[in-house]
Design a binder for this molecule. Structure first.
Ligand code: 5GP
Ligand code: ZN
Length: 115
């Protein structure tokens, strides 16, 4: 955990967020600036800054993020119609919070390629 990291602070429940799921390894909460009717962020409780910082030891944690995404999609009734999972890595790709997070976006149609 990192003292100043916003998402570590959310994971420690020092900052309010609309938490929709939690287990021992991951936390999922509503994005404060939603880009779709369903916009949930899924984070590891452990601080990892970017995809570039992932190591072999994080393999199980990564599977937990994906399994949580699939569960949240089911719980929010977007699994069948489709949803998008996004992980921005570094500022050039739009990463603004440097604690690894997966965006789950659903409830509308999405274009490809993304902007
Ligand atoms: P990124 O741009 O790093 O991929 O995504 C960061 C996301 O975090 C953005 O979609 C932004 O709206 C969201 N965000 C930033 N600050 C907060 C906050 O304090 N609470 C919540 N729930 N989401 C936040
Ligand atoms: Zn953090």
């Amino acid at each position: 955990m990192s003292d100043q990291c916003l998402f570590c602070r959310i994971a420690r429940r020092e900052v309010d967020a609309g938490v929709v799921f939690e287990d021992d390894a991951v936390l999922a909460f509503r994005d404060i600036n939603p880009q779709a009717p369903v916009h949930v962020l899924i984070i590891p409780k452990q601080h990892v800054a970017t995809v570039n910082d992932l190591r072999d030891e994080h393999a199980e944690l990564l599977s937990r993020l994906f399994l949580t995404a699939a569960k949240i999609a089911r719980d929010h009734d977007v699994a069948d119609e489709g949803y998008r999972l996004v992980v921005n890595c570094q500022e050039g790709a739009g990463q603004s919070v440097f604690h690894l997070h997966m965006h789950l976006l659903g409830g509308r149609t999405f274009r490809w390629p993304p902007g």
